[in-house]
Each structure stands twice: as C-alpha cells, then as structure tokens.
Design a protein around this ligand. Structure first.
Ligand SMILES: NC(=O)c1ccc[n+]([C@@H]2O[C@H](COP(=O)([O-])OP(=O)(O)OC[C@H]3O[C@@H](n4cnc5c(N)ncnc54)[C@H](OP(=O)(O)O)[C@@H]3O)[C@@H](O)[C@H]2O)c1
Length: 321
C-alpha cells in the first residue's frame, strides 16, 4: 500500500528522510482494528519524527501521521485517537509512562490502511467531514486539554496564545473564543494575525509586544522565542500552559519572576479518549470547524511537509490517501 514514511532520520534536513512509496499492509494483533483513512492531517510532530525526536533508528522505516478519520472493517465511520496506552495501564492514557502516539512505536496514519487498538476508535459524527474530523485528534485535542483541563480557563478570562498561525494555536483561538474566553494572540506574520482575528481572536499583536493589560493564562507552543514574553505577560498568580517548544526547549527560566509573582507553569500533552469525545461534541454544538490550509493527495505528501517546514501555513494540512 502507498504510505508516507520516515526511511531515515535527519536532524537538520528532515525532508531528506521522507519517502513516499510502498509499505506492507498492517497485520493487526488481537484487539486491534484496521482502519482505511479517508483523511489524515499533518502535525509538527511529523517533522520532529523525521528529525529523530521521539523516533529512533531501530524503529525505521516508520509510517508517519498521528491523525486520521476513516472507515473500520465493518464500515463504521471513525476518528482515530492517537494516544496508545499500554494494555495493562488503568487510568488516564496521557499519564501512562509507556504510552506512545501513533507513528512513534506503531505505524502511523499516512497510509492506505492503519492498525489501531479498537478502544482508540471514536465514532465520527456525521456533521463533520472526514477532512475536518482528521484535524482534531492531535492539535485540537491538545488545545482542548490545555484550555479546559490543564489551564482551567474560565469564561471571561483573558488568554494569550503565542504563535497564532500554528495548528495548536489556531485551535486554541477557536475553542477559547467559542467558550467565552477573551483571546489575544501574537504572530510574526501580519497575514496570520489577521486570520486569527477572523477565527475569533479579540486582539492580535506582534511577538514581544506590550499588552494592554496582563493576562490570566498564556498558551505556549513556541518555546525559547516567546517564553520571556509569556512570563512577562502574566498577572501575578497567572499560569502558563506549555505543550511544545518549536523554537527551542531551554529558555532562561526567570525563576525570580516565577516565585515572586507566584506563577504556575503547567505541562500538557495530547488528551484522553473521553476528551476527544467531548471535543467532537463541543465542535458540533458550537458549529466549529477546523481551519484547513490545504487538502493534498498522499502522493504529494512531500509538498505538504515542505509547506509545514516553511511555516507558511494557517491551520491544518490534510492528506487524502
Ligand atoms: N505535547 C503535545 O501533546 C503536543 C501536541 C501537539 C503539538 N505539540 C508541539 O507544539 C508545537 C506546535 O505544534 P503545531 O502542530 O501547532 O505546529 P505548527 O503548526 O508548525 O505551528 C508552529 C507555530 O509556532 C510559531 N513559531 C515557530 N517557530 C517560531 C519561532 N522561531 N519564533 C516564533 N514563533 C515560532 C509559528 O507561529 P507564527 O508564524 O504565527 O509566529 C508557527 O505557526 C510543536 O513543537 C509540537 O511538537 C505538542
């Protein structure tokens, strides 16, 4: 079957490690299902994998892709929850030390078929297209958990979303706005700032800008490039929720600011199956649809990866096998 996969790892030139070509059909173990993806969506995670972050050489070749919506062997329309917990684990999947997400230990979704544990299949609501549903299980689920579970953001609160153009950031903007939160964003690009305002952001600023007032919660996915601004933008007692660090993981910690202003730094990763269920319902109830930057056939996956790498993307790129 056709697949987009990591044939190699290349920290500085991730696209040189990408192949689009034939891979063997999945051989699902007991308790797993085979899904035929109708749509899959790209995440920054797929670039990290090609760079060798979270993926080791002994697991190659590895089909990439965490997200998919498709049809199972019985013809049911499903969304794939990408967090694979160990069979013996009881409790929240995201806290299982042995968890992985699809394409780390198990072959991913950028293929004509993918095997996943049956418990990871969530019914796809008829209101969402396959492309829309395929955008939700990583970036949108991560945003949902950052906002409502880890950030405990209340309606009427003000949040700052750094790096507004990203997949997680656009989801934070739309979900926050729909939940009655005042959403401020930063972005390096004027076009992405305008788009964020169209998505429901209340105000958009250049990176590092002085804000009209300090905010309750900052949503961080950018890391080193924005971290100092994130800490400076918080009210005393405020919280920064961090799920990623695209520009680097080791900014100055500014511990004096953290203890003196009693700031909280809260980590967040993916989300549970139950949160994915709730996210789907929230999207339908509020009429929310993910912003799709482009829909590209799987055969042209290289161009899609290049666009993500160049950073000229607003919202999600969808691949159709
Ligand atoms: N922990 C988890 O479960 C989890 C889940 C999903 C994602 N993540 C991580 O979160 C990060 C974002 O993921 P994504 O899929 O949303 O990525 P993405 O779509 O590629 O977005 C990245 C955004 O970061 C901003 N950015 C990148 N480099 C920057 C720099 N040097 N300076 C300032 N801003 C920069 C850009 O915003 P502007 O161009 O608008 O400035 C860009 O739109 C990634 O590192 C990813 O691995 C983690």
């Amino acid at each position: 079957m056709l697949a987009a996969y990591a044939a190699d790892l290349a920290a500085d030139d991730p696209l040189s490690a990408l192949e689009v070509g034939a891979r063997p059909e999945p051989d699902p173990p007991e308790g797993w299902a085979t899904v035929t993806p109708k749509a899959a969506s790209l995440n920054h995670h797929d670039l990290w994998s090609l760079r060798g972050v979270g993926l080791s050489e002994d697991r190659l070749p590895m089909i990439l892709g965490c997200d998919a919506a498709g049809v199972d062997e019985d013809g049911n329309e499903v969304v794939v929850h990408a967090v694979i917990a160990d069979e013996s684990w009881h409790g929240e999947e995201t806290l299982d030390p042995k968890r992985s997400i699809l394409s780390e230990r198990h072959q991913g979704t950028f293929a004509e078929r993918v095997a996943v544990p049956r418990r990871n299949l969530v019914p796809k609501p008829a209101e969402l297209s396959f492309a829309e549903a395929a955008c939700l299980p990583t970036a949108w689920l991560t945003a949902y958990r950052m906002l409502f579970t880890r950030g405990r953001v209340a309606p009427g609160a003000t949040i700052l979303v750094q790096g507004a153009g990203g997949g997680v950031a656009t989801a934070l903007t739309v979900l926050g706005s729909a939940a009655g939160v005042r959403v401020w964003v930063t972005s390096r690009s004027e076009e992405k700032r305008s788009h964020a305002l169209e998505l429901g952001a209340d105000q958009a600023f250049e990176p590092g800008a002085r804000l009209p007032e300090r905010v309750d919660v900052v949503m961080e996915t950018v890391g080193e490039a924005t971290w100092g601004h994130s800490l400076r933008s918080l009210k005393p007692g405020g919280t920064v929720v961090v799920c990623g660090a695209t520009s680097g993981v080791a900014p100055p910690a500014e511990l004096n600011r953290v203890y003196f202003l009693q700031l909280s730094i809260v980590g967040s990763t993916m989300g549970t199956r139950e949160e994915l269920d709730r996210l789907l319902r929230f999207c339908i109830d509020k009429g929310i649809r993910p912003a799709i930057h482009a829909t590209v056939p799987l055969t042209d996956a290289r161009e899609a990866f290049q666009a993500l790498l160049d950073g000229n993307v607003v919202g999600k790129i969808v691949l159709t096998p």
